[in-house]
Design a protein. Structure first.
Length: 211
């Protein structure tokens, strides 16, 4: 992460992340503009960003606007609507509960940092609609994210985080009942439920570049 601009109210950062899945590594970068409370104002990634449900994106935490203290929780309620085009519509909503854990020295490849820990647990629901030829399919994802993020006290950046995400997907195929081709084979109200998918997400600061 590289902070490229700060005007006293908003922080502009360029972030580069590496993701390894089944021994395949991919790299992506994006620019974000946040206010000092961690609210995302604008971003230019190739993929849509929903900070509350993407703990793999470092430094996208929402902080309380009023002074708080160790052990005192605060809650963030969020709702996002993403309409990429008339055929793709997504709605995200949920609640995030956060608690300051106190300070601790965290060591990574980038060095040692005095950090404050933020414990969080987020419950969310995602409703997506996809319109196909004469058919509309609805996707519902129910998820939970819990973990801890260690934030550098001086720079305000994420040093290390560890999260567990559980989510279940339900696909509603009832829209097929309106499709004449599927009516011929007797398909009416059908839904598919996936097993719960558990994902372990770890972020760790490897280096710092001062521009």
């Amino acid at each position: 992460m590289l902070v490229t601009d700060f005007d006293g109210k908003n922080i502009t950062s360029k972030m580069t992340s590496t993701k390894t899945t089944n021994e395949n590594t991919t790299e992506s970068s994006y620019v974000t503009i946040m206010d000092v409370y961690g609210n995302l104002i604008r971003s230019d990634p190739k993929d849509k960003i929903i900070p509350e449900v993407q703990p793999e994106l470092p430094n996208l935490l929402k902080y309380p606007e009023k002074e708080t203290q160790e052990g005192k929780p605060w809650t963030i309620v969020f709702k996002n609507n993403i309409n990429e085009n008339p055929l793709l519509k997504d709605e995200f909503e949920g609640t995030g509960n956060y608690t300051f854990l106190g300070t601790k020295t965290i060591s990574t490849k980038a060095g040692k940092f005095e950090c404050i820990g933020i414990k969080s647990e987020t419950n969310f629901v995602s409703n997506a609609k996809r319109d196909y030829s004469n058919t509309t399919i609805h996707y519902t994802t129910v998820g939970n994210i819990s973990g801890v993020n260690w934030i550098d006290l001086n720079g305000g950046f994420s040093v290390k985080s560890n999260y567990i995400m559980d989510k279940t997907l339900t696909i509603d195929l009832s829209g097929l009942a309106n499709n004449s081709e599927y009516q011929k084979v007797g398909i009416e109200n059908v839904s598919i439920n996936s097993p719960t998918i558990e994902t372990h997400i770890i972020n760790e600061l490897e280096s710092i570049q001062k521009g």
